[in-house]
Design a protein around this ligand. Structure first.
Ligand code: SAH
Length: 251
């Protein structure tokens, strides 16, 4: 059996209860060492073998899984954040399907949730933004044509950029060209929920400069939008005058 597990954004106690339990039952753990906090390995049982996938190919990862499976062992594949975002798990699951090896997936707290917590922010504010775009700059992995940052920026909603902290000159230019005003609030969240977490608040037009000044080029998320501003409408749900299925309003 293979368990794909989301490790959460960094802090070792932000893994799910299920994820921690399965880590403790593993005979083999393959973890994404470049991003997963090594403190998570404290959940492992004695004798558990550990592989860092940072220097491994897909084929090597699969070979370890197959070997463990052949001797009836349990493998945990530990991915950072939630495995469904930039986790490269589809190719692993397809290969396991082809080999008839069973697996399941335990979700994790994504870095974008960790970043919101670090910012003490709510991405979806009434009359400000009711949508969150999660995307990245094209790097060595291309982004499909219809999803260029400039096009997505045209929505003006809350936007979270993964994998882009080293490309902020271009990101800034695309965000501005797409329609965000230069003074739109933005933030760079470095290592959200790790002990060394840092938050840098800025604007769209000062993103690149802010990252440069603080030497941030990786393990950071960029958040953009007026959700970081001062104004919003309060919620209907908790408005005393508003009636809904669970409560009668006063007017
Ligand atoms: N599956 C992960 C994302 C993997 S892609 C998730 O759901 O969070 C790796 C990118 O995620 C990094 O380049 C960085 O942009 C972001 N990232 C991961 N952990 C982070 C953290 N603790 N703080 C800020 N950004 C993080």
């Amino acid at each position: 059996m293979i368990h794909f597990i989301g490790a959460g954004p960094g802090a070792a106690d932000l893994i799910t209860v299920r994820g921690a339990r399965l880590l403790g039952e593993a005979d083999v753990i393959i973890y994404a060492g470049s991003l997963v906090n090594p403190a998570l390995l404290d959940y492992k049982q004695e004798g558990c073998a550990v592989y860092d996938s940072a220097s491994m190919t897909l084929e090597e990862v699969l070979a370890v899984m197959e070997e463990t499976e052949a001797r009836g062992g349990v493998t945990v594949r530990l991915h950072t954040g939630d495995p469904s975002l930039y986790g490269a798990i589809r190719e692993q699951m397809d290969a396991l399907d082809a080999r008839g090896i069973l697996y399941d997936v335990t979700p994790g707290v994504s870095a974008f949730s960790g970043a919101a917590a670090a910012l003490r922010a709510e991405y979806t504010l009434p009359e400000v933004s009711q949508s969150v775009i999660i995307t990245r700059m094209a790097g060595r992995t291309p982004v499909p044509q219809g999803e260029g940052l400039r096009k997505l920026a045209a929505h003006g909603c809350t936007l979270v950029l993964f994998l882009s902290a080293g490309l902020l000159e271009q990101a800034e230019a695309e965000l501005l060209a797409g329609g965000y005003a230069p003074d739109t609030p933005a933030a760079i969240v470095y290592k959200a929920t790790w002990p060394e977490e840092r938050v840098f608040r800025c604007t769209v037009s000062t993103l690149a400069r802010t990252a440069r000044e603080h030497h941030i080029s990786k393990t950071a998320l960029i958040t953009v939008g007026r959700f970081l501003g001062e104004t919003y409408e309060r919620s209907k749900l908790y408005d005393p005058t508003f009636t809904h299925a669970c409560r009668k309003g006063t007017s």
